[in-house]
Design a protein around this ligand. Structure first.
Ligand code: LLP
Length: 427
């Protein structure tokens, strides 16, 4: 999100037609706010890019980016698929009324219980990641006298230029069947031999927060080569090629993300070079759907000015509601939501309230003059914020509010101190 594109009225930051300062008053801080029209518009951009290029497609929202009942309900309204990576995400989606046949179940170590749950709930497709899982699933399907659709997650040997923790497609990865060494062929054979598994296609995900189209075009090319090889070896042509997610967003001025039109156009050109039928193309965007739609509102508290050196401005949240700066050195931007009409006059570190020196939300942020009680809005926090939130220092997790068309709606309650001790037992 570019700060200049933000909307304000009477000096207050407006989100989805709602005054953010009023939201802070009404629900307290820290508070996650999602502009749901931005979520819908990003999904529609993906859809229209595929349609323009005449590709059969499916958008599968990678719900690890933000997994609460209300967002699954938005995905249901937008008629997209979702992917889940745990029994907990699957449970949340189903309890939100999300249709199980539109769910893909990912993960590199799904347990027996999780696979059994997926089979019993008839999830749309189970993404097989390793040999242990093929054995487990095979056993469950026999025992339950059930069948299921599966896809094979492959490690295609393509490395994305992004943070080390966000790379997954290179050969040395914990995810998927390695193509290079022949693991993928072996997995293919096992699955095709299992009468209870229907192999709908192949999947790969090369990483997250990726800029540029090159990695995705290389991936599309590689997946078509792999498909051709499988065709020659097993007389199998995939119905679906799933290219995963990872489309980068702009957290600050240095980030230059690709548009859906750009990368889908280039992938389409690559895919159409084949003489075979072009499979249905699935993508799994997480961050690009919910990231830019999310804002975190904090209240400014204490301040430490170190003479001739620097200043720390502390807010009432931090690494517990956004671990990304501490974990990945992720860079964000922020504004003072109640002073949108005032010029910047200082550069400060925005510090969290957690007992860690590393709990710095923003290293260098220009701001207008501030005082305790001001509302700081951190931008683009919709992905991997709430979903990675925790209770370090026994801080309750914030509430989540959705705004759309000038209306606000609480969709996740703020945790209370009682919630924090609700699982503790006496000794
Ligand atoms: N598909 C698969 C198989 C994935 O593993 C992921 C992300 C996605 C799709 C969605 O990627 P996205 O479009 O959101 O980039 N916590 C990290 C990101 C971890 C991503 C894990 N997998 C962060 O905050 O940067």
């Amino acid at each position: 999100m570019i700060i200049d594109d933000l909307k304000s009225e009477n000096g207050h930051l407006m989100i989805g037609g709602v005054d953010s300062v009023e939201l802070a008053k009404k629900y307290g801080t820290p508070l996650y706010v999602f502009d749901i029209s931005q979520v819908r518009s990003q999904i529609r951009k993906f859809k229209s890019a595929f349609e323009k290029n005449n590709l059969k497609y499916q958008i599968s929202y990678a719900s690890k980016a933000f997994a609460v009942k209300a967002i699954y309900q938005v995905m249901k309204q937008e008629d997209v698929h979702i992917d889940v990576v745990s029994g907990g995400e699957l449970y949340t989606a189903l309890s939100a009324g999300f249709p199980s046949e539109k769910i893909s179940f990912h993960g590199n170590n799904k347990s027996y219980d999780e696979l059994l749950m997926a089979v019993k709930e008839h999830v749309g497709v189970i993404m097989l990641d390793n040999f242990h899982e093929i054995d487990l699933l095979s056993q469950i399907l026999k025992q339950e006298k059930a069948t299921t659709k599966v896809m094979l997650r492959l490690t295609p040997g393509i490395s994305a230029h992004t943070h080390k923790y966000d790379q997954t497609g290179q050969t040395d990865s914990k995810f998927g069947f390695d193509v290079e060494s022949g693991q993928a062929d072996k997995a293919m054979k096992s699955v095709l031999d299992d009468e209870n598994m229907e192999l709908t296609g192949i999947h790969a995900h090369i990483g997250s927060q990726i800029f540029g189209t090159q990695g995705f075009v290389m991936l599309a090319k590689k997946m078509m080569e792999i498909a051709k090889k499988f065709q020659a070896e097993f007389n199998y042509w995939p119905k679906v090629i799933n290219l995963g997610g990872g489309f980068g967003i702009s957290y600050n001025e240095d980030d230059d993300p690709i548009t859906a039109d750009e990368f889908i156009g280039q992938i389409a050109d690559e895919l159409k070079k084949t003489n075979n039928e072009v499979p249905e193309i699935w993508i799994e965007p997480g961050r690009s759907i919910v990231g830019p739609a999310g804002y975190t509102l904090y209240t400014v508290g204490s301040r430490k000015d170190i003479p001739n050196l620097t200043s720390y401005l502390s807010v009432d949240g931090g690494m517990g509601d956004n671990i990304r700066p501490a974990l990945y050195q992720a860079k964000y931007e922020a504004v003072i939501a109640n002073k949108m009409d005032q010029p910047n006059e200082q550069t400060v570190h925005i510090a969290g309230k957690y007992c860690e020196s590393g709990d710095i939300l923003i290293d260098q942020q220009q701001l207008p003059k501030t005082k305790p009680g001001d509302i700081l809005a951190m931008l683009d926090t919709g992905a991997y914020g709430y979903s990675m939130a925790m209770n370090y220092n026994r801080n309750p997790r914030p509430a989540v509010v959705f705004v759309e068309d000038g209306q606000d709606k609480l969709v996740v309650k703020r945790e209370t101190y009682q919630d924090l001790t609700s699982l503790d037992l006496d000794y």
